[in-house]
Design a protein around this ligand. Structure first.
Ligand code: 1GP
Length: 253
């Protein structure tokens, strides 16, 4: 299968171009709200739309994806909290294994259950080593995943976990402090991870302003994800997109 989205991650990383992804929680959008949001994302040159959440209660994922696709041409990447959050209308799926935890269901169990359906969907599947990092307070992801997050100041644990994911053949590393995290991931941890893996590094959780997004890119993040802060203030979309796109090229190894 042609890996269109993953190739774009790799090409952008090779050029040193940082990317900005807006995270949409399907539970928190209305049809009218989607058009407004996608218009702002297009204007700000947002690179990707991530769609999903650790806990999705409503059952209208297909509809939300179709509305996003009808109102913009930004690729839609599923970021599922469970196997039920799969829509064939999206462009790609982050196939997450929670490698920071020791819950076998989230390391491999749910993948086995969902594998046939995912294959049939013909979605582009991106194998993702997912690291939950302590964000200063329990988040939905740490509660729902029933795993212990990596302590925020244990850069070395994050580094070796990401290295293991990379050597196991995962295609991206996603470092996440959890949605609405009180404290976003430190630049020192991002740098430690990014300097030791060759695959793209996605960073999210608790990023609230353009300056932090810029600093994360400088530390080595390739893709910045913001959800909560944008839900509260749409004007941040352009501010953060501009900061990410202006971030310097390479991480110092
Ligand atoms: C959460 O990484 C995402 O899984 C984004 O977090 O909603 O705090 O921006 P926020």
């Amino acid at each position: 299968m042609y890996k269109k989205i993953y190739n774009s991650f790799i090409e952008r990383k090779a050029k040193g171009t940082k990317s900005f992804a807006v995270l949409i929680d399907p539970d928190k959008v209305t049809p009218a709200g989607i058009a407004d949001l996608t218009a702002k994302c297009t204007e700000a040159k947002v690179d990707y739309i991530f769609l999903g959440g650790s806990l999705v209660i409503t059952n209208h994922l297909d509809e939300v994806v179709q509305q996003i696709k009808a109102t913009c041409s930004i690729p839609v990447i599923l970021f599922p909290g469970s196997p039920s959050q799969v829509s064939r209308f999206a462009d790609a799926l982050l196939y997450l294994s929670v490698i920071s935890g020791r819950n076998p269901e989230l390391l491999i169990g749910q993948h086995v259950v969902s594998a046939a359906a995912v294959k049939k969907s013909a979605l582009e599947v991106i194998s993702t080593g997912y690291l939950v990092i302590d964000g200063g307070a329990p988040t939905t992801v740490s509660y729902i995943s029933n795993t212990t997050p990596i302590p925020a100041d244990k850069d070395d644990i994050a580094m070796v976990t990401a290295m293991a994911g990379d050597m196991l053949g995962m295609k991206v590393i996603y470092m996440d402090a959890g949605s609405g995290a009180r404290k976003p991931i430190t630049e020192s941890m991002i740098h430690r991870v990014a300097s030791q893996v060759d695959i793209p590094v996605i960073v999210g959780g608790g990023i609230r302003d353009a300056e932090k997004a810029y600093r994360n890119c400088k530390a080595g993040a390739d893709i910045i994800v913001v959800g909560n802060a944008i839900e509260k203030d749409f004007s941040l979309i352009k501010e953060i997109a501009d900061a990410v796109h202006q971030a310097p090229v390479n991480v110092n190894r």
